[in-house]
Design a protein around this ligand. Structure first.
Ligand SMILES: Cc1cc2nc3c(=O)[nH]c(=O)nc-3n(C[C@H](O)[C@H](O)[C@H](O)COP(=O)(O)OP(=O)(O)OC[C@H]3O[C@@H](n4cnc5c(N)ncnc54)[C@H](O)[C@@H]3O)c2cc1C
Length: 423
């Protein structure tokens, strides 16, 4: 049975950063990903762009930009902006996911990470507080590997679930999660005309919705520009009150969301000149899940922690993205905005399951409440949490301790030394 220093499960923003961070410190890393490319939701669910990760602080009468998500996130973001793969260069937070896939491929190879695609975690062997091995369903049958440390970066905390470790789902009271959304792209749009007439879309949408002619419960149409001429990105379908951890609910959600795409396509083509000749390019390979399992960590991050801007002594990441809650019930999106110059932090303890010592969790399933998760779930912050977890695995190896027992002062110092911001 092959052994690694670290096995990272899930190749999203968190998992990729974890793998790179650890491998660059000399750790032998196996990165297993269920799909055929790296990038996570940006790849499989077509999530785009990066949400807000910087703030402005006043210093000597001047506004200074502070990048709250730096380190590997910044490196990847810069590589996307200076796209040497396909040449889609330009500043900004939107990116080409095809470029991202190649950038991650190349960086993994440079760092010596062993990548296993089409490898779906399907078994976890546990003894007391330790994970002993993990098993993946692959095209070559089930493969089992062992490691000293493990990082669950599956977004859905699949390893945690299979290990029988504790977690919670959704908001307190009814366990409802934020909606699932199937993203899609339209091409051949007259984007110049769209920009001029954007304001007309939502009133017509709401009128038809009120008349029962549109089923999508979302309150408006959420559209983003892309780097490709004539192409717009849609993050606007909304599936509520289905449980993303229930495989039957998740399957239903895919079908329901596809019908919402059909509805939206005809709505736009039929009502707006800018979309008269629009083509549906594709829907995402998978519906996007904003929220599902969140681990019962050694510290559960709360809205109060974020609002107070708590600077935890073991902080390993920071952000000031708002608590952006797409209604789990139907219509509406609530926001708690944070002011410029302000940031909250995420403690290392929120990455650590209470009942396991050699597994950390990184990304959207860290220990938090529904409200706090609504802020820290964005891709830049997930990337930083992953970088921290990977560095922790490196320190665990050096110091001969479990990943849960690393010295957090050392962890923070090492992260800063490689360009991360820890708050
Ligand atoms: C519709 C939607 C819109 C969003 N909009 C934005 C936005 O505009 N900007 C922003 O910054 N954030 C946005 N987010 C949030 C953000 O995309 C996610 O929270 C973030 O990508 C989570 O990163 P992650 O690395 O934790 O997980 P993911 O990106 O979900 O990566 C997890 C990876 O694990 C893999 N995996 C899952 N199960 C297994 C298994 N059993 N075995 C092996 N691999 C497995 C998956 O294939 C995936 O590649 C949005 C989310 C959604 C759903």
């Amino acid at each position: 049975m092959q052994h690694f220093d670290l096995i990272v499960i899930g190749g999203g923003q968190a998992g990729c950063s974890a793998a790179l961070s650890a491998a660059r410190q000399g750790v032998s890393v196996l990165l297993c990903e269920a799909s055929g490319a790296l990038g996570g939701a940006a790849n499989v669910a077509l999530v785009n762009p990066y949400m807000k990760y910087a703030t402005y602080v006043e210093a000597n009468g001047e506004q200074k930009r502070v990048e709250l998500c730096a380190g590997i996130f910044r490196e990847i973001h810069e590589a996307l902006e200076n796209d040497e793969v396909y040449g889609y260069t330009g500043k900004g937070t939107s990116f080409h996911e095809e470029t991202m896939k190649v950038i991650f491929d190349r960086k993994m190879q440079e760092a010596g990470v062993t990548v296993l695609f089409h490898a779906k975690l399907c078994g976890v062997e546990r003894e007391g507080r330790l994970i002993k091995s993990v098993t993946f369903a692959t095209v070559g049958g089930n493969l089992t590997f062992t490691a000293d440390s493990y990082i669950d970066a599956t977004g859905d905390a699949i390893a945690i679930d299979l290990a029988g470790s504790l977690y919670h789902v959704g908001r307190e009271g009814d366990n409802l999660c934020q909606p699932m959304t199937l993203c899609f792209r339209l091409g051949n749009v007259d984007v110049e005309l769209y920009d001029k007439t954007r304001g007309r879309i939502d009133p017509v949408y709401r009128k038809l919705q009120a008349e029962g002619k549109l089923k999508n419960p979302r309150e408006d149409v959420l559209i983003f520009h892309t780097r490709i001429p004539g192409v717009l990105h849609f993050n606007t379908t909304r599936i509520v009150k289905l449980d993303p951890t229930n495989p039957f609910d998740r399957s239903r959600a895919e079908m329901m969301a596809r019908e919402q795409v059909v509805e939206m396509f005809h709505f736009l083509r039929d009502n707006f000149e800018a979309f008269r000749n629009a083509d549906l390019l594709f829907t995402a390979a998978e519906i996007g899940v904003r929220e599902s399992r969140m681990i019962d960590a050694r510290h559960i991050l709360t809205a109060e922690d974020l609002i107070a801007g708590t600077k935890f002594p073991d902080a390993i990441a920071a952000g000031n993205y708002d608590m952006d809650i797409h209604s789990p019930d139907g219509t509406g999106t609530s926001h708690h905005w944070f002011p410029e110059g302000f940031w909250y932090t995420i403690p290392y303890r929120s990455l650590l399951p209470r009942d396991l010592d050699n597994m950390a969790v990184a990304g959207r399933s860290v220990g938090s409440t529904h409200e706090a998760q609504a802020a820290i779930r964005i891709m830049p912050i997930c990337s930083c949490m992953g970088e921290a977890a990977g560095m922790a695995a490196a320190i665990a190896r050096e110091d001969g301790v479990c990943i849960a027992d690393v010295d957090t002062d050392k962890l923070r110092a090492r992260l800063v030394a490689v360009g991360a911001f820890v708050g």
